[in-house]
Design a protein around this ligand. Structure first.
Ligand SMILES: *Cc1c(COP(=O)(O)O)cnc(C)c1O
Length: 421
């Protein structure tokens, strides 16, 4: 299918010649391919689709807005979809995050957050540049996003360009004190501007989870030292962890919060970076040199904002939390069943994300494991993408019982095929 295509796909090794399915349409949790297959999207098309593909209200909002105003310069100009969305976000997001800066992807929302933090300190005449990060984090694939994320084979070639950061150990259960001590010691240094963290759930790092109490304690440590706290809720936001934001579960209000992926229900590229009043006010002045120097061409694109407004309406008017609770309960039951039949480790769940690890001792086996699993899932018409030896599900909230059971059965069958005991 991809033999003569000029398309260069992301995170794809074209040299392996693996099949690249052509998808024609989607609905709910299902993708329909050109060769007539119905594939269950069990990872929400890379963690973005919350209410299901092609939700009619989002589709209608996009169609309607496209006929009115397609795009507008956002420096010094504004439009109704952005104004409505900003007000709506301030209303439902944690109290105190009163300012909304638009961009187009999770990665850029992180870049914006880092620039806001540095601008805050610079404009206060106390230039601080050092960023603290958590081990195993992922914050995007731009240079700044990679700099604050875990270093590995996927960014090795670019490492000379990545800036230096301070890394805090991941708070493994029972070892939280080591994380607190490291963060406390690092924050004491007067050049630290901010700590950026994925709240409760580290996605690309392997679906690693820690408790709300740990999040609250890390936030408190930063507050004691006056270090800005940036919550990257790009993946955890919009109900993924069971609540609208993961921070809510810890009663945490960050200084800066990044949102993307589910912001438009997963339909259009759009991101926001929310900031509290001190961050905004540090940039407010009669002096143009203190403004926030960031923009991209499609900042607050009206069509994307209209999609996000439809998403907010769905959150307000549909039983989204009931769907999330139901999905989480079904996942807990299904994954417990799988874990009872196969030798898997670290069964874990955070809201609608359930995961376990296949225990691997030899690297040769690990290198075959991923492709074998992918091939098995592909044959069974289920879209799953293990992270190394970690299998996880993150479906749209609307997935039916039958489809979810098909996903569990596909995992069960794949494990039967690949696990060596
Ligand atoms: C996906 C992700 C990003 C990057 O978002 P993009 O829209 O892919 O640029 C950043 N942070 C986290 C936590 C993510 O999961």
């Amino acid at each position: 299918m991809s033999g003569t295509s000029p398309v260069w796909h992301p995170f794809t090794q074209h040299g392996l010649g693996e099949p690249i399915p052509l998808v024609e349409r989607a609905e709910g949790a299902a993708l329909y391919t050109a060769d007539g297959r119905r594939v269950i999207d069990a990872i929400s098309s890379w963690w973005v689709t919350t209410h299901g593909h092609n939700h009619p209200r989002i589709v209608a909002a996009i169609a309607e807005q496209a006929q009115k105003l397609d795009q507008l310069i956002f420096a010094g100009w504004t439009h109704e979809p952005a104004e409505t969305l900003a007000r709506g976000l301030v209303e439902i997001m944690p109290d105190g995050l009163d300012y909304v800066f638009f961009s187009d992807s999770g990665s850029t929302s992180v870049e914006v957050a880092l620039k806001m933090a540095l601008g805050f300190w610079s404009n206060r005449g106390e230039p601080r540049h050092r960023i603290l990060v958590m081990q195993h984090s992922y914050h995007g694939d731009t240079i700044g996003g990679m700099s604050v994320g875990e270093r590995g084979v996927y960014n090795q070639a670019y490492s000379p360009l990545l800036f230096d950061v301070g890394t805090i150990p991941f708070p493994h259960a029972g070892q939280e004190q080591a994380t607190y001590d490291a963060l406390d010691a690092a924050c004491a240094s007067t050049d630290v501007a901010a700590f950026i963290v994925e709240p409760l759930l580290l996605g690309a790092g392997g679906m690693l989870m820690y408790s709300p109490a740990v999040l609250a304690e890390m936030r408190a440590i930063c507050a004691r030292h006056g270090v800005l706290f940036i919550a990257d809720e790009v993946m955890t936001g919009w109900g993924r962890t069971g609540t609208l934001t993961a921070c809510e579960q810890a009663g945490v209000v960050p200084d800066i919060m990044c949102l993307a992926k589910g912001l438009t229900g997963g339909s259009m590229p759009l991101a926001v970076t929310l900031a509290n009043a001190p961050i905004f006010e540090a940039h407010m002045s009669q002096d143009r040199a203190r403004m926030f120097f960031h923009s991209s061409s499609y900042t607050a694109n009206p069509i994307a904002c209209a999609a996000a407004n439809a998403n907010l309406a769905i959150w307000r008017e549909e039983p989204v939390f009931e769907r999330i609770a139901s999905l989480a309960a079904r996942e807990a039951e299904g994954f417990a069943r799988i874990a009872g039949r196969h030798p898997v480790a670290n069964l874990r769940q955070c809201g609608t994300v359930a995961a376990f690890d296949i225990e691997v001792t030899d690297a040769g086996y690990l290198s075959h494991l991923g492709p074998q699993l992918l091939a098995s899932f592909r044959e069974q018409d289920v879209l799953l993408r293990p992270l190394g030896n970690t299998i996880y599900v993150m479906p749209p909230y609307c997935i039916s019982d039958a489809d979810l059971e098909t996903v569990f059965a596909a995992i069960d069958r794949a494990l039967t095929k690949v696990i060596r005991t």
